[in-house]
Design a protein around this ligand. Sequence first.
Ligand SMILES: [Zn+2]
Length: 256
Amino acid sequence: MIFDSHAHYDDEAFDEDRESLLGSMQENGIGYIVNVGASLRGVEDTVKLTKSYPFIYGAVGIHPDEAGDLNEERLLWLEKLCEEEKIVAVGEIGLDYYWDKESHEVQKEWFARQLALSKKAGLPVIIHSRDAAKDTIDVMKAEHAGSTGGVIHCFSNSREMARDYVNMGYYIGIGGVVTFKNARVMKEVAEYVPLEQILIETDCPYLAPAPNRGKRNSSLFLPYIIEEIARIKGISKELVEEKTCENALKMYQIKS
Ligand SMILES: [Zn+2]
């Protein structure tokens, strides 16, 4: 069974056909999906999705682009949601210095506070890090983020950075980028990271894999990512599918 460890089915890109698309997942071998909240609205919709579909689990957290929306009261609201039965992670949280929508101070403060929340809740974290590699790892170390574990989603850095995260016990989230012809570094990372520490993800509606690059992404395109990881590692597609599903079940503490 295929496990999509990171999706955004609350996105408006799915407004027209969300129900029929999600209804077709299980017959296409998609066994589990974790829908990831990124904004206040996204978190609310994520909780709703987990209640509507038995195979959808959720993560609650505020993305660095939206970190300025957080305050003490809203942090308490997130903490309460962490107690919901199908909420399995805090995320996505982190730092984004590419879009730089909030000041670095604001981003770092709420990243640290949400890492602390994950520890309190006993949940793993889903980390978003873009153009902020050093600060990301510094905040993680200061908050002892190794103790909750988690995933670096849509990993887009060097093999050396991947090694640091793998040594902290983190999973590396691999998405559509690995299938792009010019993604040399990402292919190196996929070769280097042990299969035991890889999760596969869509980040849909974004980042559709080749040959659907540029189109709306969905979990139905995950076989292209599985195929490419299998090719790079010289192992079977079945093994990649099976092991990455097992890894995600373990990290999110879901009983199969
Ligand atoms: Zn995402």
